[in-house]
Write a protein that binds this ligand. Structure first.
Ligand code: NDP
Length: 264
């Protein structure tokens, strides 16, 4: 039997066990995936080893600690300094980031997207912005406060605080990467700023999943095509599964079986 887990705090809401177990069961694998509430991120490696895990996913707030815990890192994880997937091979821990590649797969449903605006400058914005730029999209980052924008600016991104945004700028895709709307009824920025940006976009994405956030309600009200973060969640899980099983299984089959988790 191979054991897998997701580490986070909080972690009880995570759909990852359901998605991975559906795929393990359907493929007839002797594997089991559970959740583990981890309060102290510095204990990640020892907990992983104590539990005799073959692999793990890592969610908030431990993606940086996961990055530090790995012996080997793939190029993209190295570039963004954040790990959400760990695989144990022999006695070494290999780290990957499947959040942003998962995000890229999730926006394939939108046509003719070239320019993107990211609302928020946190950890997810970092990996998503790099993946979007690497894939050839233009990327602008806007945030409520200045502090977190500085490292993006250093990396050559166009950045702005909401209040100093050029009101005439428009983007094909507007993406909410903030946690506004997660546990409250807030928009990530003022309605006055967002209405024209969202209204003139070809699409909108909120990476929060499982609820209609005020940001998505605005897109709906303005008749703009929109998706929540469920597809990103699904796609990052498919890519993580691929790492857990060393690419042995057809991704389309894995995806089809994991997708059933959203219907249960
Ligand atoms: P971070 O804590 O690293 O960043 C939070 C960002 O949100 C900051 O830019 C912060 O701005 C901004 N923010 C928070 N509250 C507000 C508010 N009320 N108004 C405006 N801006 C706000 O978080 P992460 O990047 O790690 O995660 C962000 C979201 O992404 C979470 O909701 C998480 O659940 C979701 N997520 C979804 C995934 C999926 O698979 N669908 C995967 C990973 C994350 P400031 O700098 O001004 O404080």
């Amino acid at each position: 039997m191979n054991y897998f887990a997701i580490f986070g705090d909080p972690v009880e809401h995570s759909m990852s066990p359901l998605l991975h177990n559906l795929a393990f069961t359907k493929l007839g694998l002797q594997s089991c995936y559970t959740r583990h509430l981890l309060k102290d991120g510095t204990k990640l490696k020892e907990t992983f080893l104590e539990l005799h895990l073959s692999g793990a996913n890592i969610t908030l707030p431990h993606k940086l600690e996961a990055f530090k815990a790995c012996d080997e890192l793939d190029e993209f994880a190295k570039k963004v300094g954040s790990v959400n997937t760990i695989v144990k091979r022999q006695d070494r821990l290999y780290g990957y980031n499947t959040d942003a590649p998962g995000f890229l797969r999730s926006i394939e449903c939108f046509d003719q997207i070239k320019s993107t605006l990211l609302l928020g400058a946190g950890g997810t914005a970092r990996s998503v912005s790099v993946a979007l730029r690497d894939a050839g999209y233009s990327v602008k980052i806007a945030n409520r406060s200045q502090n977190r924008l500085e490292s993006f600016e250093k990396d050559g991104f166009s950045v702005s605080r909401y209040e100093s945004m050029d009101k005439s700028e428009r983007f094909d895709l507007v993406i909410n990467t903030t946690s506004a709307g997660l546990n409250d009824d807030l928009l990530p920025a003022s309605e006055e700023l967002l209405k024209p940006l969202v209204g003139d976009a070809k699409g909108c994405v909120d990476i929060i999943y499982g609820k209609q956030t005020p940001f998505l309600s605005l897109a709906q009200q303005l008749g703009v095509e929109h998706i929540d973060g469920s597809e990103m969640l699904l796609q990052q899980a498919v890519l993580a599964f691929d790492h857990f099983t060393d690419g042995k299984y057809d991704r389309a089959v894995v995806e089809k079986n994991m997708r059933r988790g959203f219907e249960l």
